[in-house]
Design a binder for this molecule. Sequence first.
Ligand code: NAD
Ligand code: DAU
Length: 337
Amino acid sequence: MKLLITGGAGFIGSNFIHYWLKKYPEDKIVNLDLLTYAGNLENLKDIQDNQNYKFTKADIADKVEVNKIISEEKPDAIVHFAAESHVDRSILGPEEFVRTNILGTFNLLESARQNGNIRFHHISTDEVFGSLGPNDALFNETTPYDPRSPYSASKASSDHLVRAYFHTFNLPITISNCSNNFGPYQFPEKLIPLFITNLIEDKKIPLYGDGMNVRDWLYVEDHSSAIDLILKKGKIGETYCIGGNSEKTNKEITYKILEIMSRGEEMIEFVEDRKGHDRRYAIDSTKIQRELGWIPKTNFEDGIKKTIEWYKENEDWWKKIKSGEYQNYYKNNYKNR
Ligand code: NAD
Ligand code: DAU
């Protein structure tokens, strides 16, 4: 099988490529990524010379470029991770989110359609469903869309386009809406890696608002295994919700990290809240568990310990990000290949 992965140099995409090549070493992977600030080829350093892996630098918002790659590579399936993914950045500058998340997804769908209706799996988020109150039922596949940030609105638009291509053109699609991921290679702008790396550097950790917003945390490897099952056994046209069954307030996460890293609450700095900050997300994963037999393997407690350990052991990786040096990796290692 040959997979075209978009956004494979980012957090979840690179974890997925590692997962896939370990489990299916005979398969071929083409990683199409623009290497925005969030793309880091150092995430894939250990497999960059693998004969079954190829990296192609391209912008999904460029339809000519996208179509050239897809028509030449002729993948059996496209797994679409590429996106602008950080909510705070979407508040500061929404335009890139519309361009990449909506136009980019549209270009990929068009190209998949024009090149023989290629199997298409779209990676989406639980944020498209909006914000839950404390006693509301969990999100599931039938929850109405109610996005509230430019990020989630752009992801919701892309989900609608993907479904439209199924109904209108019979494009063989599936969609997954996943909750908050954590684990190795997460860019240190997101809550968990930011707090861990700040504490290693003896810096304060900025908690938004009252710290009582709730997220449902999933260890990233369990997201990969869910996508694997959807690609192999998922029903065409269907959506699958993926979650960790692990709701935590940001305060709980903060205190857990402080405890494991033996630091005190004086490291917390309460800062101004995020604009339009969604209060609670939580996913009901019954469908993927029942229909595809998905079972997440890593609970939050083990996952957070492994994650803290990983950031402690890979200071070189995140320090290069914080200094900006990681952006030279492509130039130094790929440009003349
Ligand atoms: P990330 O920001 O770490 O990585 C995004 C990747 O996409 C980067 O490698 C970047 O270079 C690439 N990219 C961005 N714009 C591009 C463009 N125009 N053309 C080609 N490549 C481009 O994101 P992530 O956290 O790994 O998220 C991956 C996907 O999973 C996204 O679609 C996101 O919406 C979704 N998702 C993320 C989470 C989470 O907790 N991180 C949860 C649910 C769903
Ligand atoms: O729910 C899935 C989504 O999870 C994905 O679709 C997004 O791509 C991903 O970025 C993530 O979005 P969140 O906004 O939930 O993640 P973030 O790590 O930015 O924030 C998690 C919570 O922590 C949120 O309530 C805001 C809060 N926070 C975040 C940061 C960066 C803080 O309190 N302080 C911070 O410095």
